[in-house]
Design a protein around this ligand. Structure first.
Ligand SMILES: [Zn+2]
Length: 307
């Protein structure tokens, strides 16, 4: 796998220093050999002949349906594996049922979670991807709890957007109990704008990427109540959504688990998820609904297309 040292910091000319490496450990060994400074779990500063470059491991493919990378209709970004399932799996699956291609890019492996391990959560994320019939699921391996909305992270998100060229992007709640959620929301919004700019240069391996701006960014709603701008009827997808949440066995209610109880592992939490969806559904005359907020006004050409 090709790990590019993508950005030089300092006054030296910009260039890509390609580096062949298979795993993060190999990157670590290689950079140690040339005098690397460890900046963060997934970001490395490389010094070669006085130049400093930033490198990070390539995205981890958690699940992939087709060999060839394809254009997606909907790309979902999520700070943690399971954010998408809890907040918008109904919307994802109802669009899959309508023939749309949907993928998820998780930012972190959720390594700060009280229950389970990053390895277990990666397996659970892959199992959920099967249930939701996702076209692809990737993990950018940002640092749970500490990733930033800065240039290095924005460029990683831009790369994912340009790789999949989605029409619609779904992203974390604009504000929430977990600070990663609001930060991820802002990171995606800014990356969507930057992704449309020709002068922001990114590479997929050795290949230069073309600019791409999605038509719309919608933010799902997570723990804290936010009044939605629109609600999707997910009644037909509800059972599949529950199955996708249950795929995260280590995180949610399991009567046989010996792990410590957390905010999300109690039976009350699943009741809350159902209650929220019933409330949103009820308000549009459906059994279950998922709410979203939008950063601009919604326009329609045909009044009869609204539910
Ligand atoms: Zn989360």
């Amino acid at each position: 796998m090709n790990v590019g040292f993508e950005k030089e910091v300092g006054s030296k000319p910009h260039s890509i220093i390609p580096y062949k490496a298979r795993t993060t450990r190999k990157v670590r060994q290689a950079v140690a050999a040339v005098g690397i400074e460890r900046k963060a779990r997934s970001v490395w500063a490389l010094r070669v002949d006085g130049l400093v470059a930033i490198a990070r491991p390539p995205p981890k493919i958690i699940s992939k349906k087709h060999k060839k990378v394809m254009k997606l209709d909907i790309l979902v970004f999520a700070a943690h594996p399971d954010d998408a399932e809890l907040s918008c799996a109904g919307t994802i699956y109802s669009h899959v049922l309508q023939g749309k291609k949907v993928g998820i890019v998780d930012f972190t492996l959720g390594e700060l979670g009280t229950r389970g391990t990053p390895e277990i959560r990666a397996k659970e994320a892959a199992a959920s991807a099967e249930i939701l019939k996702l076209s692809v699921r990737e993990n950018l391996q940002f640092r749970d709890g500490f990733f930033k909305n800065d240039e290095a992270h924005q460029l990683e998100v831009v790369k994912a957007i340009r790789k999949y060229e989605p029409s619609v992007i779904l992203a974390n709640a604009i504000t929430d109990r977990h600070p990663d959620h609001g930060r991820a929301a802002a990171l995606v919004t800014e990356a969507c704008f930057l992704s449309g700019l020709k002068q922001v240069k990114t590479y997929d391996g050795d290949e230069k990427q073309l600019p791409w701006r999605p038509k719309a960014v919608y933010h799902y709603i997570q723990s804290n109540y936010i009044k939605p701008d629109f609600i999707v009827d997910v009644s037909d997808a509800w059972e599949t959504k529950l199955a996708s949440i249950r795929a995260f066995k280590s995180q949610f209610f399991d009567p046989d688990s010996k792990e410590p109880e957390t905010y999300i592992s109690s039976p009350a939490f699943m009741e809350f998820i159902t209650a929220r969806a019933k409330e949103f559904g009820h308000s549009i005359g459906a059994r279950y609904g998922e709410g979203f907020t939008i950063e601009r006004n919604i326009g329609v050409k045909n009044l009869f297309n609204l539910l």
